[in-house]
Design a binder for this molecule. Structure first.
Ligand code: HEM
Length: 646
């Protein structure tokens, strides 16, 4: 209602819009509801000052809540016809199915194997830019590693293996049968290990919908359901189960068993390496121990029931570790520590939730967290993972050139560090050869070595050269004859899949676009190299290049641009899944099972259950994901919510 003589709220907002808002956002804001436009103004104002990560923790959390709301409203885009399946009764499926079907009660197919990737940003038409600059030139001139740069003590090789372990749970694009060939232009041929290489196109599938006409299919289940251990369909699941007491197959030496062709047996073994296979082995042991614990409590349960409970529990343990252990090391700030813990436990914290349970109600997700919500929340868009999610997880720069193998039979040195034995080239640790190498190294030495080694940092000029001449696998882990240059292929893939270029990507997420290279980075060498390829056309910058070049927020191992996708999707993986919301209860998980998840906090907890000596002897750091010989930190006496970033 407008009072005579006074401007309406809409008129005030329109005035503010013209006055303060970056012109690129005018049309988007004009379409927003009044409340969203108001939230946008706040977020945008803070963005212009560039200070959200320096705000006191409470204000930082408010900023993130407002930003997440906006991104949930405007950056969840369905691909394909919806609903794709039929309704189902959750009571008929109190467990995670083999292929991810029947999780969403309103749509049986949601998130299952073979469904469409959604989008956070509308498909981008690369037009003639699609081929420019040549992906091989981008790989050679901007990505390729010059000298290895690491992340200091922040993030270790267990953390790197962990995120690949997660990727192999979440996403993989279905390929076409048609091959494409990329050839290095003469100007960079000498800097390219492969002068040309062949690979399969991503399969483009009609959606049957008029807005986004084609899309791509995810051959892994999109749910956080442990498919890296269990597979994404019945056939694979059949290979990993023992069919006794609910357990999964594991070799006597604590590693993954191998089939007659030397291929590891696990949920997903494609394009993998020894680091990921040791994590798979650890969580198979965890699954099997959960089976024992539940059987001990309820001896009447048979193989199928034990398997189903243990899968739910193990998947939830993995999701919890990722949320409150892995992510807080990746985004090492007090705001994110508070934010990630509140995603799981709510602002009132663990003690309160353990005592009183989930509060429910309109503020329930803030006060008691996303886990345990009364109903799954999908913000009006059926759950899926997205093309942009895949793109920001292109983190191959985290990988070093060698594994630094440590001697775990020696006495610990300063800060519990084991002496170095030798450096093993990463090439010897990947794929089929990797499975042979790990048989000699053994679980413990591999794990401790990864704990003590820093990851590569996510920057330009830090893409491992060994990934530019790589043997790749088919879905079953068999080696293909054609090697690929993964750096060039990644540039090609983002363009092929119509993922927006860097600046449009930012704009679509309501992040300030750059107008000159100096807005992106202070690094003069990087700017010069970027300018040689892209001139002054900031709109043509490839996403992956922008993500690596971007100035990082203090404590963040990834770019802010990538972080915004994480902000949307990390919450969605929990709140969109009925097994983390309405079915996160004793009835579905079993009493023992729910207690197991509620009393597990970190990767260290899981290691300690299976290798009780290891962390005590070799781990000085607080988290298993930071370098294990990190000096002990003095605890911060200020309560978390009252902290102000230094
Ligand atoms: C030894 C380690 C690794 C190897 C050999 C490897 C290899 C590969 C290969 C061959 C592809 C498919 C390329 C294509 O055809 O488009 C791929 C895709 C991908 N990798 Fe890796 N990778 C490794 C580690 C990692 C790590 C540490 C991450 C970090 C998150 C990662 C994230 C991804 C993502 C997001 C994709 C795209 C998946 C998709 O297209 O759906 N990878 N990788």
């Amino acid at each position: 209602m407008t009072t005579e003589g006074l401007p309406s709220l809409k008129a005030i907002l329109t005035y503010l819009l013209r006055r303060f808002v970056h012109p690129d956002f005018h049309s988007a804001v004009a379409k927003m509801t009044i409340i969203d436009a108001f939230l946008f103004l706040i977020v945008h104002y803070v963005d212009k000052l560039g200070i959200w990560h320096r705000l006191p923790v409470v204000f930082g959390l408010l900023y993130l809540a407002a930003r997440r709301h906006l991104n949930q409203q405007y950056n969840l885009i369905n691909v394909g016809v919806t609903p794709a399946g039929v309704r189902s009764n959750p009571i008929d499926f109190p467990y995670r199915t083999d292929d991810g079907t029947f999780n969403d009660p309103f749509n049986e197919a949601t998130g299952s194997q073979g469904t469409f990737f959604g989008r956070n940003v509308p498909p981008f038409n690369h037009d003639d830019k699609r081929v420019k600059p040549d992906p091989m030139v981008v790989a050679a001139k901007l990505l390729s590693r010059k000298t290895f740069k690491d992340t200091g003590k922040q993030f270790n090789m267990l953390a790197v293996s962990w995120i690949q372990f997660m990727i192999h749970d979440w996403v993989d694009h279905l390929e076409d049968t048609q091959q494409i060939e990329l050839t290095a232009p003469a100007e960079v041929a000498s800097q390219c290990p492969l002068k040309s290489f062949k690979f399969y196109k991503t399969k483009e599938v009609p959606t049957g919908f008029y807005e986004i006409k084609t899309g791509h299919l995810n051959i892994r289940t999109a749910w956080w359901d442990g498919s890296v251990l269990y597979g994404s369909n019945s056939e694979r699941l059949g290979k990993v189960r023992t069919y006794q007491d609910g357990k999964l197959k594991i070799a006597d030496n604590g590693l993954l068993p191998l089939d007659q062709d030397g291929i590891a047996i696990s949920g997903d073994v494609r394009n993998s390496w020894a680091g990921v296979s040791t994590l798979q082995a650890l969580f198979i042991k965890e699954h099997n121990l959960v089976c024992d614990a539940i059987k001990n409590d309820q001896p009447e349960l048979g193989d199928e029931e034990l398997y189903r409970y243990a899968r739910l529990v193990t998947s939830a343990v993995i999701a919890k570790i990722h949320t409150i252990d892995w992510t807080v090391e990746l985004l090492n700030t007090d705001i994110l520590l508070a934010g990630m813990r509140s995603n799981w436990y709510g602002l009132l914290g663990k003690e309160f939730k353990d005592k009183y349970g989930h509060l429910g109600g309109p503020l329930g997700s803030f006060l008691s967290g996303l886990v345990g919500l009364q109903k799954p929340v999908n913000h009006g868009v059926p759950y899926s993972l997205t093309e942009e999610f895949v793109s920001v997880y292109r983190l191959h720069q985290l990988l070093p050139d060698t594994l630094q193998l440590r001697d775990t039979s020696a006495a610990p040195g300063p800060n519990k560090s084991p002496p170095l034995i030798k450096e093993i080239p990463m090439k010897k640790l990947i794929g089929l050869e990797g499975e042979r190498t790990i048989q000699d190294i053994g679980f413990e030495k591999q794990f401790v070595s990864m704990g003590h080694q820093a990851s590569g940092s996510l920057e330009l000029f830090n893409y491992p050269e060994w990934l530019r001449d790589l043997v790749v696998h088919d879905v079953d882990g068999r080696e293909r004859p054609d090697h690929v240059d993964l750096a060039a292929l990644e540039i090609y893939r983002d363009r092929e899949r119509k993922v927006a270029r860097y600046n449009e990507f930012r704009r679509s997420l309501f992040l300030l676009p750059i107008s000159k290279w100096e807005d992106l980075t202070d690094d003069k060498e990087a700017i010069q190299a970027i300018r040689e390829l892209y001139g002054d056309d900031v709109e043509s910058l490839d996403l992956l290049v922008g993500l690596m070049a971007e100035k990082k927020i203090k404590g963040f191992a990834i770019s802010e641009t990538a972080f915004v996708i994480f902000l949307i999707m990390a919450s969605r993986r929990l709140e969109g899944d009925r097994f983390f919301t309405m079915n996160y209860n004793e009835e579905t998980y079993s009493k023992k099972g729910l207690e197991w998840v509620n009393t597990t906090e970190t990767l260290k907890d899981v290691i300690d259950r299976h290798y009780p000596e290891m962390t005590n002897k070799w781990m000085n750091s607080v988290s298993a994901f930071s370098v294990w010989d990190s000096p002990v930190q003095t605890p911060n006496p200020t309560p978390l919510y009252l902290r102000i970033p230094s």
